[in-house]
Design a binder for this molecule. Structure first.
Ligand SMILES: [Zn+2]
Length: 292
């Protein structure tokens, strides 16, 4: 599992322990095989399957020690969750908690939980099953929910939607236990740690920025699902609630962070997690790629 140092801060990737292989257009409906082909050299073998050309993703959280705080960014799918419409996520027993403890922290040590958005694979470990009830996994943490995102899911969680279950078993119990803090999209957690709106994938999706000394990092959740979206930022995922807005947000993000030395940490990239957006192509052209 990868560890990154950003100034005086440390970032540990916490994997849930599985990978998903996608036919490219099942994940990115606009994906063009010839464009993927241009980038296979740096995408294989971690992010594109050399054998069949499938796009590979994974699920991970990030454990951040910065500003005197222990922060958990995104909480994956979770254990024991009832997900009958997603059989491979249904009543699972992933090794996620073992992987967290291997980083030297107990659930009681987490000060802040930040979900970049409230999709089912980013809120799972917010809660765990105790005596038949869903209770907050991190008893001393304040869970930060962007008010816009929370309101969006609150209004629609009773609709027939496979995403509603997660709101009911992994978000509402946190609110009922008094551990939730509703925040604005530009909320400052501490000096050098602040949120930034990144709408499109969901209406209230946020990034978390970290500046520590000369080090810079940004946790961007599902702003990108796969590194092919760095050279092709106009390809939104099948899971984006507003693909056009997602495209604009992602394109601006890629252009802004290219060649700045800012570590970019998405939730689903299969290789290591963090890396850098590079923009310099041959002959002075701009061909973005993700270096990790
Ligand atoms: Zn996700």
């Amino acid at each position: 599992m990868a560890t990154f140092r950003i100034g005086g801060a440390t970032i540990d990737a916490v994997a849930e322990g599985h990978r998903t292989f996608w036919s490219p257009r099942d994940l990115l409906p606009d994906a063009a095989p010839e464009v993927i082909g241009l980038h296979r050299e740096w995408l294989e073998p971690h992010s594109v399957d050399p054998a069949g050309g499938a796009l590979i993703t994974t699920h991970r959280s990030y454990l951040v020690r910065a500003g005197g705080l222990v922060i958990l960014v995104d909480t994956c799918i979770g254990n024991d969750k009832e997900r009958p419409l997603r059989p491979n996520w249904h009543r699972r027993k992933w090794p996620w908690m073992d992987n967290l403890r291997a980083r030297g922290v107990e659930p009681e040590d987490i000060d802040v939980v930040l979900c970049t958005h409230l999709h089912t694979d980013h809120v799972g470990w917010n809660t765990q099953l105790r005596d038949g009830r869903w209770v907050p996994t991190f008893p001393n943490a304040r869970y930060l929910f962007h008010q816009t995102e929370y309101d969006y899911w609150l209004a629609r969680h009773t609709a027939e939607d496979w995403l509603r279950d997660a709101f009911i078993d992994s978000v509402l119990p946190v609110v009922e236990a008094g551990r939730a803090v509703m925040v604005a999209g530009d909320h400052e957690i501490a000096d050098g740690l602040w949120l930034e709106p990144a709408p499109g994938h969901t209406p209230g999706a946020v990034c978390l920025n970290l500046h520590d000394g000369d080090g810079r990092a940004v946790f961007c959740g599902d702003l990108m699902h796969h590194p092919i979206q760095v050279p092709a930022p106009h390809w939104s995922s099948v899971f984006c609630s507003d693909p056009d807005l997602s495209r604009r947000t992602r394109t601006a993000f890629v252009e802004r962070h290219a060649d700045t030395g800012t570590m970019v940490l998405p939730a689903h990239f299969a290789k290591d997690g963090g890396g850098y957006i590079e923009g310099a192509g041959p002959g002075g052209s701009t061909v973005f790629r993700f270096a990790s």
